[in-house]
Ligand binder design. Sequence first.
Ligand code: NAP
Length: 302
Amino acid sequence: MTHRIERLCVIGLGLIGSSVARAVKARLPDVIVIGHDASEAVRGEARALGFCDDIADSADAAVTDADLVILAVPVGRMADAARAMAPGLRADAIISDVGSSKAGVAAALRAALPDHAIIPAHPVAGTENSGPAAGFATLFDGRWCILTPASDAAPDAVAALTTFWKALGARVEAMDAAHHDLVLAVTSHLPHLIAYTIVGTASELEEVTESEVIKYSAGGFRDFTRIAASDPVMWRDVFLANKDAVLATLQRFNEDLTVLQQAIRRGDGEKLEQWFTRTRTIRRSIIAEGQDDPAPDFGRKH
Ligand code: NAP
């Protein structure tokens, strides 16, 4: 069976959900987009911004006749959101999500919707902002979207979702959910934990005043503050959902930190230089892959 996506429902109209809706209206203008958010205030804001064809007040009304439903709520709310929409779902609707961790979300969605085709996904794109006004249509351009279909997932549903994300500008790859969670623990979850730690530590150092931390932040600190400004609820849920992979990665990080700590204490400049040379290569590879701007200092105006 080939799936044609003519009607999309987005549940959760924050940064990612509203960006999906905006990207669909820009790139797939014939697709009808219905939105729903549990928050009345968000529904009102989304109506005023006008990035959906219609906003429904309930989840089950929103999903009526949808070919594809995308859940864009915090990972700890996926099960609730799935249960709320279940009565309105068409039997052949494809269910997907955009959650930042995958194994736990996939299990929660399967338990809530045992008879539906569930193809979990994670667009690896975002900003530190949240809410419907923060979204934009080009968020997924050139970014990766990782699908984590179960081994028995219907190939036509996987193909339809792949085509959908490519139409929004993303590059698509499929992998096992557990592997996704390990990769993202390294590339996203640990960096967020480190940023939350550094910014918290700096603000509590007694010898340095808060005004000094802000005043001299261009020395590197401010780059961590962007990440540490990310949505507290979303990130609380990510760490709770991806606990095992995050703790395993954190263990490795602590060991490496001890190696650098030793090198500093022993005056081992060679070790430090070797390490920093390798990390500089990684930054250059990210730029070469088109995953960041080559402009120095992230293109800030001086
Ligand atoms: P967001 O801006 O906070 O938006 C989430 C929205 O979902 C909020 O309006 C929230 O309303 C609503 N919501 C919560 N529970 C709901 C429910 N049961 N039913 C319907 N709506 C509900 O968050 P976001 O950044 O878009 O993140 C959404 C998802 O995308 C998360 O799973 C996150 O892991 C994933 N993701 C985020 C990023 C990123 O950089 N931000 C990147 C990739 C993937 P309330 O505020 O009233 O709770």
